[in-house]
Design a protein around this ligand. Structure first.
Ligand SMILES: NC(=O)c1ccc[n+]([C@@H]2O[C@H](COP(=O)([O-])OP(=O)(O)OC[C@H]3O[C@@H](n4cnc5c(N)ncnc54)[C@H](OP(=O)(O)O)[C@@H]3O)[C@@H](O)[C@H]2O)c1
Length: 347
């Protein structure tokens, strides 16, 4: 079976990256793409690197005749388009934040809009593949996670699921500028972003409630206290997160033996994961550039008794389009790695 795929809003970075990855997918065919400002043009004329992908870009966000629609619209507009696709009988993977938070009040207070379809929130499956594989496989609507939460949660999951840490979590994350999308804003101008590093979202970044929601789901017993500080750094793609937690269980003593147990825990937890690599050295963003891989490095600070977990991923691949395709593969019973088995570009 060939899955017929549509991309709603192909003109942003996430939508464009979906088209690039789908080009090499053996069981899926891109049959329709939408994009407001570029309607009427060919996809390969708007993005010349998508060589010989000549689909016409259509304007309306309602796709006809697709088995699955990916939406890469900004929030709110995305939910509206997703609902139309669901009503037409397609499965949907939403790359925006619209169906990630289960509590509509929480969504509306963080995103400052009225949710267009709160009745779909219960049904939507949070698409962090490694944590929700079974539910994703039978889902009609998948809420693809945010790029920062993907790196943070994959770094925390083995520790949280095994109940090995206390509730105090610090996530210090750095992202390249494509994380802010293709739409221009002052902080991503070359002269603002180049040779500059800045923290933002200190009053509370929108990805924070998503992280806490998932932590609560993994371990309801802890009163999770998450400090999340994202930073913008002058590179195009990639996120590096350094996560700091305190062990709270005698199974993880602060010692060389504890360090070994920590490494073994992560190795064991992710041993069958095609897109998780527990590294022997601290990972670097370039090692995941263009690939769907997340690299994870857990380490103990023997002086302070903290555990640090460093994760890296490509925000446009595992943090958006790649994970969305990984989820589509599961939703259609295809091999999970199909279309995604590429190594990073290095150096
Ligand atoms: N960038 C990332 O790393 C990343 C990662 C994970 C998730 N996401 C999510 O993916 C979605 C797309 O992000 P992106 O980074 O690809 O954004 P982007 O590159 O900024 O693209 C957004 C595009 O959406 C179109 N647009 C804006 N408002 C619209 C509206 N009301 N109706 C229809 N089209 C509209 C605009 O294109 P036209 O002018 O051509 O219509 C704009 O260029 C967002 O929800 C974002 O949160 C992004």
């Amino acid at each position: 079976m060939t899955v017929k795929v549509g991309i709603i809003n192909v003109t942003g970075y996430a939508g464009m990256e979906l088209a690039r990855i789908l080009r090499h997918h053996l069981d899926a065919q891109l049959v329709a793409v939408t994009g407001r400002s570029m309607a009427g043009k060919r996809l390969d004329s708007v993005f010349p690197h998508l060589v010989k992908m000549g689909l016409p870009i259509i304007e309306k966000d309602e796709l006809e005749g697709v088995d699955v629609a990916f939406s890469a619209l900004p929030h709110k507009a995305s939910a509206e388009a997703c609902i139309q696709s669901l009503e037409k009988g397609a499965k949907v993977v939403d790359i925006s934040a619209d169906f990630r938070l289960k509590d509509v009040h929480e969504y509306e207070s963080w995103y400052k809009v009225t949710h267009p379809g709160p009745q779909y929130l219960e049904e939507a499956v949070y698409g962090l593949t490694e944590l929700h594989r079974r539910e994703i496989a039978s889902a009609r609507l998948v809420a693809n996670p945010g790029c920062y939460p993907t790196g943070a949660l994959l770094g925390l999951a083995p520790l949280v699921k095994e109940r090995l840490i206390g509730p105090d979590v610090i996530i210090d994350a750095k992202s390249g500028v494509s994380g802010a999308g293709r739409t221009l804003s002052l902080n991503v101008h070359f002269s603002e972003a180049d040779e500059n590093v800045s923290a933002y979202g200190l009053e509370g970044h929108r990805h924070l409630p998503e992280i806490t929601q998932e932590l609560r789901q993994m371990d309801t017993s802890q009163p999770w206290q998450v400090t999340f500080v994202p930073h913008l750094i002058p590179m195009t793609r990639g996120i590096l997160s350094t996560i700091y937690v305190k062990p709270a269980d005698s199974r993880l003593p602060i010692s060389a033996q504890g360090q070994k147990r920590l490494t073994d825990l992560f190795r064991d937890y992710y041993k069958n994961e095609p897109f998780l690599d527990v590294t022997q050295e601290p990972p670097q963003t370039k090692q995941t550039w263009g690939s769907n891989m997340t690299q994870v490095y857990p380490v103990m600070d023997l002086r302070t008794g903290r555990i640090m977990v460093i994760t890296t991923l490509d925000n446009l691949v595992k943090g958006a389009a790649g994970q969305a395709i990984q989820n589509m593969n599961l939703m259609f019973g295809l091999p999970e790695t199909e279309g995604l088995d590429t190594l990073a570009f290095y150096p």
